[in-house]
Design a protein around this ligand. Structure first.
Ligand SMILES: Cc1ncc(COP(=O)(O)O)c(C=O)c1O
Length: 442
């Protein structure tokens, strides 16, 4: 693979960007590979390589590149206005569409990223309850807001006892006073979780959980577990927040519709913006009343220069309109075919690996038995995980299959069944070389 132009860009980037990038989550190499343009599920790099894109900008481009209705809607909106200080019809339309789908969405407010969505949901929950603590599951990723970064990617040296996890900082210098506001509970262990939450019940504003976390390889929380959280939060007047920024693509009615448990608030992002920057907090009328400036003195303020900007609204409307139940059925079928085909490769090559996930979300894992929580995922992945998964990523890239650095693959409606077959052929070659590398490393 020729990387001359990428190498030259990376050299220039290093002079003006620390590390030669402005987005740590997507870093591999060096050098980074630079994107040029896309068409359907294919992304062409500046070096002219054509990759089957299984990341879709971390899930946002659920219709792939150049989705005509989205492109036309964005063009038309750009002609009308990029943004203005008045609200637009488009924001009402997108609100109506989302509220018609997610069971827990009776009302909604927009922002510009998933990070902001989680942050605003937490602020709303605090204002609603008058309490400050926030509980989140161990290892969960909820964006860059430092409170919910507590216990993101903890390790055995800082994660504390299994039934009472610690809340280690992710970023150096995070105030201890902030970390003390985070209560960490073990994902999918109802008894231990309730014991922890019970001890803080009177201080908790919110319980935040991603019901199908990407970082745990898209293992879904058990319905009974989520129902237990639901019951507990209702009993204690705590706001239950689902972070569906990523897993909102789990189905026509979101992850909550698929899993059958309804939160008070939902943080949304990615697919609802059709590829443009977006975030949203949706919730029940009772929970969202906290943002109602017509209902008396304001309890919490929410604004933003680009909030509900009409470009993102227009793209979101077009993308959601094309996300029909039939489109989800296709994503589901192709996701199942991908996982089954990968699993066959693992077995044929003697690789102790697993293709986990559901619907359009797949995770390549370096172990066979499913992991139900963060600690199992971490310990089964093993000490050499980052190096090994990095090698697999590089080999897939060489075969023209773009995955996320930690082995995540998310599909798009732009994929045909032939694209799945081609992905499996190419992945088979990459996995054969990976198996060879694993044998020589052993
Ligand atoms: C579950 C989850 N929450 C929050 C975020 C943050 O969203 P954004 O990157 O738009 O700030 C992400 C991003 O990947 C996510 O996966």
């Amino acid at each position: 693979m020729q990387r001359e132009r990428s190498e030259a860009l990376f050299e220039r980037a290093r002079a003006v960007q620390p590390g030669g990038n402005t987005r740590h989550m997507v870093v591999f190499g060096p050098p980074m590979v630079y994107g040029s343009h896309g068409d359907g599920c294919r992304l062409t790099t500046v070096d002219g390589d054509v990759l089957i894109d299984w990341v879709n900008n971390f899930s946002t481009l659920i219709h792939g590149y150049g989705h005509r209705p989205t492109v036309e809607a964005v063009k038309a909106q750009a002609e009308r206005m990029l943004c203005c200080i008045l609200p637009s019809e488009a924001e009402v339309e997108l609100s109506e569409r989302i509220c018609a789908r997610w069971p827990g969405a009776e009302q909604i407010r927009f922002m510009n990223s998933g990070t902001e969505a989680v942050m605003v949901a937490v602020k709303g929950a605090r204002a609603l309850t008058g309490r400050s603590k926030v509980a989140k599951s161990e290892g969960g990723y909820h964006g860059q807001y430092d409170l919910v970064e507590a216990s993101f990617l903890p390790t055995p040296d800082n994660w504390g006892p299994a039934d009472r996890p610690a809340s280690p900082a992710f970023g150096r210098g995070t105030p201890q006073s902030l970390l003390d506001q985070a209560v960490i509970f073990p994902f999918n262990d109802l008894e231990a979780t309730l014991a922890i939450l019970e001890a803080h019940a009177g201080e908790l504003a919110a319980v935040v959980i991603d019901p199908i976390p990407a970082r745990l390889g898209f293992v879904a929380a058990d319905k009974a577990y989520l129902a237990g959280l639901r019951e507990f939060c209702t009993k204690h007047g705590i706001v239950l927040i689902f972070d569906e920024v990523f897993c909102g693509r789990a189905g026509f009615t979101g992850a909550q519709g698929r899993l059958g448990v309804t939160p008070d608030m939902t943080a949304l992002g990615k697919v609802i913006g059709g590829g443009l920057p977006i975030g949203a907090v949706a919730g029940t009328r009772a929970a969202m009343a906290v943002f109602d400036n017509l209902a008396g003195p304001l309890k919490v303020s929410h604004s933003g220069t680009f909030t509900a900007n009409p470009m993102s609204m227009a793209a979101g409307i077009a993308a959601l309109d094309a996300l029909t139940p039939e489109a989800f059925a296709q994503l589901e079928r192709q996701g199942d075919a991908l996982r089954a085909g990968l699993q066959k490769h693992f077995e044929a090559l003697g690789l102790t690996m697993r293709a986990n996930g559901l619907g359009s979300m797949t995770s390549l894992q370096l172990f066979r038995e499913p992991a139900r929580d963060y600690r199992a995922f971490h310990s089964r992945s093993g000490p050499g995980y980052l190096q090994r998964i990095g090698r697999l990523h590089a080999l897939m890239l060489q075969e023209g299959v773009l995955t996320a650095t930690r082995g995540l693959m998310v599909g798009s409606t732009a994929m045909t069944d032939d694209d799945i077959t081609e992905t499996l052929e190419r992945s088979g070659k990459a996995l054969a070389r990976f198996a060879q590398a694993e044998r020589s490393a052993a």
